[in-house]
Design a protein around this ligand. Structure first.
Ligand code: FDA
Length: 455
C-alpha cells in the first residue's frame, strides 16, 4: 500500500496506478484485490473528507481516504470563481439551516474561521476579505487543495483514487457472538477492514463533477433517517410566458431586498439580484432560494435604498420627464423601461410624462417596485445548485462527534442536514464537522488500539 509522499502532495496515490503499465504487446496485468486494515476509512476526498483525514492521521490514526473521482476536491477547485471563498469571519449558527440548525453550534465553536485562517498562514497562503466577512484566496483555490493534501501527507494518510466503494457492512461477529465493532468495505481495490467509517461524500449538486447520492444510500442502509433533499443556493425559474417581459433583461444586476416566508418564518436578504433568461439569480436570489418553499411567493424591493413614493411625488410636482426617465434616476434604465411597459396590463398608463400621471398611478408604480411579488415555478435544480439542503437527519448524529446512532459510522460536511448561507459558510461547516469527527475518532480509537496492543 502506498502512502502519501509529502514531497509531492498533489500526486495521485493510487496503489495500482504506480505499478508498471503493460505495453500494448505485453499480456494484461491481473490485479489481485487486497484485504487491508485501517483504523478509519473516509469516503469522499472533498473539503470535509480531506480535512478530517489529515487531522485524524496527524492525531495518530491509520487513515484511508478514497474517492471515486480521479481528482480530489473538485468543488473547492471551482468555488468562489476559482478563488474559493473558504470561510466567513462572521460565522454563527444563525447562518445555517436544517431541521435543527442548533446542531452545528458545538462543532462551529470548536473550530472557528480564525483556526482555519491560522492554517492558511502556516502554509503561507495569501487571502483577502471581499464582502461581508467572506475570505477568498488571492491566487487560486488550488492553494487550499494543495494545503489539505499536504496536511494529509503529514498525517501519513493513504489515498486511493479513483476507487469506488461497492458495499459496506458490519464485519461478521466473533465466534462467541460479540460484535467485532468494525466494518468491511468492498472497493474496486479490494476489501478493507476498519474500526470506523466516515461518510464525506457531499450533496447532489453538480453531478458532472462527481456528486452522488452515496452518503444518503449508506444512511438508509443503516436505517438512519434523511431529511428531504432539495437544491439550495440555486437560481429560481418562472413560467416562460409570465417571464417573457423580463427575459430581455438577462444580465442586468442590481442591489435589492428579497424576502420569503410568512410572519413566523420570514427571512430577508439585502444582496444583488441578477436577471437571467429563465428567471432570477445572483447572490440575493441564491440566499433566498434555500428558504423558498415551492408554491409560495418571493417578495422583492427593487429600490431598497430609496423612498420611491416621495421621490416620484416630488418629480410629479416639478418635472415633465417621462415616467421611465424619472425612474431611471434610481433604477437601471432597461429595468425602468420594462417596468413602465407593464402598465397597461395592470390598468395604469405609465408611458407618459410624470406630471400627467395620476397620483394613484404614481403610487401604484412605487408600491409595485417596492413590493414585487412573484411565485417561481421551480429552480435550476442540482445542475446549477451550489449545495443540497436536507440530508442525514441530525437527530441521529452526535453534535460533539458526528458519529451516528450506528456505532462507528460518522457523517461530515454537506451530506448532513446542515446547509450554510452563501459566503463561505458551507466550507466552514466542512472544516468544523471534519475537525469534530477527527478529534472524536482519535479519542475513541487510539485508547482502544493501545489496549489491544498490550493484550
Ligand atoms: P464535497 O462535494 O466537497 O466532496 C465530496 C466528495 O465525495 C467528492 O470528492 C466526490 O467525488 C466524492 N464522492 C461522491 N460520491 C462518492 C462515491 N460514491 N464514492 C466515493 N467518493 C464519492 N461553499 C463555500 O463555503 N464557499 C464557496 O465559495 C463555495 N462555492 C461553491 C461553488 C460551486 C459551483 C459549488 C457547486 C459549491 C460551492 N460551495 C461553496 C459549496 C461547497 O463546495 C460544498 O458545500 C463543500 O464542498 C462540501 O464539502 P463536502 O466535503 O461535504 O463535499
Amino acid at each position: 500500500m502506498l502512502r502519501l509522499n509529502s514531497a509531492d502532495p498533489t500526486a495521485s496515490q493510487n496503489a495500482y496506478a504506480r505499478r508498471p503499465q503493460p505495453s500494448s504487446a505485453a499480456p494484461p496485468l491481473v490485479l489481485q484485490p487486497m484485504t487491508s486494515q485501517f483504523d478509519v476509512v473516509i469516503i469522499g476526498a472533498g473539503a470535509a473528507g480531506l480535512f478530517c483525514a489529515g487531522l485524524a492521521g496527524q492525531l495518530g490514526l491509520k487513515v484511508l481516504l478514497l474517492d471515486h473521482s480521479d481528482r480530489v476536491a473538485e468543488k473547492i477547485r471551482i468555488s468562489g470563481g476559482g478563488h474559493c471563498n473558504f470561510t466567513n469571519l462572521d460565522t454563527t449558527a444563525s447562518n445555517f439551516l436544517g431541521d435543527n440548525p442548533h446542531f452545528c453550534r458545538s462543532a462551529l465553536s470548536r473550530y472557528s474561521p480564525s483556526d482555519f485562517v491560522l492554517l492558511l498562514q502556516k502554509h503561507q497562503i495569501a487571502y483577502h476579505e471581499k464582502h461581508k466577512g467572506q475570505l477568498f484566496c488571492d491566487r487560486s483555490a488550488e492553494d487550499i487543495i494543495r494545503m489539505l493534501l499536504t496536511e494529509c501527507a503529514v498525517g501519513g494518510v493513504t489515498r486511493w483514487q479513483p476507487c469506488a466503494v461497492t458495499a459496506i457492512r458490519i464485519a461478521a461477529s466473533r465466534h462467541d457472538g460479540t460484535s467485532t465493532g468494525s466494518y468491511e468495505i468492498d472497493s474496486e481495490h479490494g476489501t478493507i477492514r476498519s474500526a470506523a467509517v466516515v461518510v464525506a461524500t457531499g450533496g447532489l449538486s453538480i453531478p458532472k463533477i462527481g456528486a452522488t447520492d452515496f452518503g444518503y444510500r449508506i444512511a438508509r442502509q443503516f436505517d438512519l433517517p434523511i431529511v428531504a433533499l432539495r437544491p439550495a443556493l440555486v437560481p429560481l425559474t418562472f413560467d416562460a410566458q409570465a417571464w417573457a417581459p423580463f427575459a430581455e433583461l438577462a444580465g442586468l444586476s442590481l442591489p435589492v431586498q428579497l424576502e420569503t416566508g410568512t410572519k413566523k418564518d420570514k427571512i430577508s436578504f439585502l444582496e444583488d439580484l441578477l436577471f437571467t433568461h429563465r428567471g432570477l439569480s445572483g447572490p440575493g436570489v441564491l440566499q433566498i432560494s434555500s428558504y423558498w418553499q415551492p408554491g409560495t411567493p418571493v417578495r422583492i424591493n427593487l429600490t431598497p435604498q430609496h423612498d420611491l413614493v416621495t421621490l416620484l411625488s416630488q418629480a410629479k410636482a416639478s418635472s415633465r420627464k417621462l415616467v421611465a426617465n424619472e425612474l431611471a434616476a434610481t433604477l437601471p434604465s432597461r429595468l425602468a423601461d420594462a417596468w413602465v411597459a407593464q402598465g397597461p396590463s395592470l390598468g395604469h398608463d405609465w408611458r407618459r410624462p410624470i406630471n400627467e400621471a395620476s397620483d394613484k398611478a404614481v403610487t401604484a408604480l412605487a408600491e409595485r417596485l417596492r413590493r414585487w411579488e412573484l411565485t417561481p415555478n421551480g429552480t435550476e435544480g442540482y445542475a446549477k445548485a451550489e449545495v443540497t439542503a436536507g440530508g442525514v437527519d441530525t437527530r441521529c448524529l452526535s453534535s460533539q462527534t458526528m458519529e451516528s446512532t450506528q456505532p462507528g459510522l460518522y457523517f461530515v460536511g454537506e451530506v448532513v442536514d446542515i446547509t450554510g448561507w452563501l459566503g463561505g459558510y458551507n466550507f466552514q461547516w466542512a472544516w468544523a464537522s471534519g475537525f469534530a469527527c477527527a478529534q472524536a475518532l482519535a479519542a475513541k480509537l487510539l485508547p482502544a488500539r493501545t489496549t489491544t496492543a498490550s493484550d
